[in-house]
Design a protein around this ligand. Structure first.
Ligand code: FMN
Length: 341
């Protein structure tokens, strides 16, 4: 299976995944019977690297390579443009390695207008670049406002010819940070960032960490489903089902160890209340992927409907907590985090 077919497979299998119980159900926020705020005066506005956005959540990286992604990206980008929401594109490896810029030409930038837009590349693929400057092409192709590097060891390991040599990748990341003309974000893809890796990334010059924890899209399952040969090598498909950290665990650990570091949360975000809970746990912005995939395959209107629901639910959460701005959400708004479901 080549890279293009695999990317198509990701979309097909991810669309069929059913969400398991979410870690966010364990978090209860403090209700205020006398909120002393007006729903219509609640602010959700923020900025991403100096560019304004109407909400502190963004479309997390999904498609980048296959030609179908042009349609998906267009629906996402048009909806983001209409509302004023930030977006990350999926991995641009195919466009850089195979010269195929389908789905990621200036048309994404055209569709999203001036809204914040983030480039994406796999950290483990950095050693395969001829020079680090090659990344400039993927930044320029979408006039990116930031570069997101993803860490996906437990995804690569289940691919038939995945990249499983992760030695010294941190040095490549440090080189990118030293070179990059735009801020660098490093994210996981659904297994969560750990504190040791987070500290190494911050020491290397990374500007923002996106925890991308467990609880939403399950990439081990996706790769196992796409790779029949792997079945013989595992006693059961579910051996690694519980591997990683939930978004709550990862965010809490990293904010505890690195309180000054800007953290984004993603992984299993289902609605605007999950966004509010993530912000109470210390995230300054929140990424949504799987929940937007089906609407994105349908139409711009379907994406708009989902994004509007997120905004409405986040605003209601702020109202019920008695805060005027989503920027004011913090740990003091958490009533309890229960140990088990
Ligand atoms: C179909 C699909 C493709 C994805 N491709 C990428 C990618 O190319 N680069 C990346 O950094 N993350 C990728 N992701 C991961 C998401 O950005 C996100 O980190 C992860 O899915 C967890 O969020 P979720 O639970 O809201 O889906 C992809 C997710 C999906 C569903």
């Amino acid at each position: 299976m080549n890279n293009l077919e695999r990317k198509r497979g990701h979309i097909e299998v991810a669309l069929e995944q059913h969400s398991v119980r979410s870690c966010f159900d364990r978090v209860r926020l403090k209700h205020r019977a006398l909120p002393n705020v007006s729903l219509n005066a609640i602010h959700l506005e923020t900025d991403f690297f100096g560019k304004p956005a109407v909400a502190p959540f963004f479309v997390s990286s999904m498609t980048g390579g296959p030609s179908e992604s042009e349609r998906i990206n267009r629906h996402l980008a048009e909806a983001c443009n209409e509302l004023g929401i930030a977006m990350g594109v999926g991995s641009q490896r195919i466009s850089i390695q195979e010269g195929n810029v389908s789905g990621l030409t200036w048309s994404v930038r055209n569709a999203i207008g001036e809204r914040p837009l983030f480039a994406n590349f796999g950290a483990v693929n950095l050693p395969q670049l001829d020079t680090i400057q090659d990344l400039g092409r993927i930044l320029d192709s979408i006039e990116a406002d930031a570069l997101i590097l993803h860490l996906n060891p437990m995804q690569e390991v289940f691919q038939s010819s995945g990249d499983t040599d992760w030695r010294n990748i941190i040095d490549d990341i440090a080189q990118v940070c030293a070179w990059s003309p735009v801020p660098v974000v490093v994210k996981e893809v659904g297994f969560g960032l750990d504190v040791r890796s987070a500290k190494a990334l911050v020491a290397s010059g990374v500007d923002v960490l996106d925890v991308a924890g467990m609880g939403g899209t399950r990439f081990a399952d996706i790769e196992i489903a796409l790779n029949p040969e792997i079945h013989e090598t595992l006693s059961s498909e579910s051996v690694f089902d519980g591997w990683g950290y939930t978004t709550i665990e990862s965010l809490s650990m990293i904010k505890g160890a690195l309180p000054q570091t800007t953290c984004w949360a993603s992984g299993g975000i289902r609605n605007g209340l999950d966004v509010a809970k993530s912000m109470c746990l210390g995230a300054s912005a929140v990424g949504i992927a799987g929940k937007l995939l089906r609407p994105a395959t349908e139409s711009t209107e379907a994406v708009l409907t989902t994004l509007r629901q997120f905004m409405n639910e986040l605003r209601i959460s702020c109202f019920g907590l008695g805060v005027e701005s989503s920027k004011d959400l913090n740990r003091s708004h958490i009533f309890e985090i229960t140990d088990t479901d």
